[in-house]
Design a protein around this ligand. Sequence first.
Ligand code: TRP
Length: 443
Amino acid sequence: MERGNFGSKIGAVLASAGSAVGLGNIWRFPTECGSNGGAAFILIYLLCILLLAMPVMIAEFVIGRASRSNTVGSYRVLAPGKPWVVSGFLGVLAGFLVLSYYSVVAGWTLDYTFESLTGGLMTSDNFGTMFNDFVSSPWRPVIFLSVFLLLTHIVVAAGIEKGIERCSKIMMPMLLLIIFILMGFSLNMPNAAEGIRFMLKPDFSKVTKDVVLSAMGQAFFTLSVGMGTLATYASYFKKETKLIPSALGVCTIDTIVAISAGFIIFPAVFSVGVSANSGPGLVFITLPYVFQKAFGDLPVLEYIFSGLFYILLLLAALTSSISMHEISTAYIHETFKLTRQKAATIVTIVCLLLGIVCSLSFGIWKHITVAGMGFFDLFDFITAKFLMPLGGLLICTFVGWDMNKKMVANELNSRFTPLLMLLFSWVAPIGIGIIFVYGLISK
Ligand code: TRP
C-alpha cells in the first residue's frame, strides 16, 4: 500500500511538536507546577524530560522509521513472532482512551473560546459556578466535544501531507506568536515579579516523592511518548530526516511552550492575588477571573486577552488530538485495508461514544464509579499511570535490548549512539520502572 509522507523535514518536526504541545503544556503543566511548589518541580521535570522521556521519543522514532509501519505493524516487521507486538496494541488502545477524555477537555476549551469571543465570559460574576454548571450539564459539553472530534476527523481524513502537515505548519507558528503576545501582557502586570520568582527560585524543602512522580508523569504526558504515536509519525519521516536533532527540536519547542505558559499564568495569578495551587480549575476558573480583575476597566483588553488565550489552547489541543487519532486510524487503515476515510470514521465514532461517557461522568453519571473513580478519572488513570509508562518501558527495552543493533545505529546515525544505547537499555527502563511500580502501589 502506498504510504503518505511528510513533504518536508520542518513539516515532520512541526507535526511531532504539534503532537507534543497540547493541553498538557498549557493546562496540565501550570496546574501541576502550581500544586507542586513551582521552581523545584520545574527542575525535576526538566531532568525527567532529558533522561527518561526524550530517550523514549528517540526510541519511538527509531522503531517508526525503521519499520515504516503503524505501531502494531512495526513490531511485526522488526520482531516477527515475538510478543513485542503487545506494546503496539497497548498504544492503539491508549490512543482511543486518551483521545476520548482529551476531547472532553478540548470541548470545554471550545466552549470557553466561544464564550470569550461572544462576550459571555466577560459578563459572568462567578466563574466557579459557571464552570461547574457547564461541565455537569448533560448536553452542552457533549455538543462541544462532538464538534471538536469532528474538526479532528476532518484533518486526519484529509491525509498526511495535505491534512496533518499543512495544518501544523500554519498552527504551530501561530501558537508561538500568540504565546509571546500573551507573555508580554502578563509580564507587564503589576506585581508580576512574584510569579516570576515562583517559577525561578527553587525551594527544595517542598520536594517530596509525590513531586518527583508528578514531574515524571508530566514529562511523559507532555511529550506524547509511550503510546507509539511518535513511532507512527516517524514512519512518515523521510530517510534524510535526522532523528536525534528532530527529537531535540521537539523537546525544545515543547519545553519552551510549557515554561512560557507558566510565565503567562503565574505572573497574572500572583498579580491579582489568587492562589497558584487551585488545581485543574486554574485555566477555566482562576484565569477568567484573572482576566476580569486585571482588565476590568478596559473590557477591550479583557476581550482580546481571554479570546487569544482560549484560541491558543484550542489550537494546541487540536494538533495533539490529530496525532492521537492518527495512531488508531493508521492501524485500522493499514491492517484491515479500509480506506483512510472509513478508518478515520470508525475511530471518530468510537471516541465520540467513549467521550460522551467521560463527559457525563461529571454530571448525570457522577455516581457510577469503578475503583472509586468516575469514567473521566478512570481513563486518565489507565492511560497516564498505566498504559503510557508501560508502553515507554517496553519501547525502550525493545530498542535497547532486542532490536537489531546495526539497524538502530543506522537510524540514529550519530556519534551519540553509545550514550543513547545506555539510556535505552538502562537509565530509562529503570527510571520508568520506578514510576510504573509506584503508580500501581500508590493506588
Ligand atoms: N502531549 C499531549 C499534550 O501535551 C498529550 C498527549 C498525551 C498525547 N499522550 C499523547 C498526544 C499521545 C498525542 C498522542 O497535550
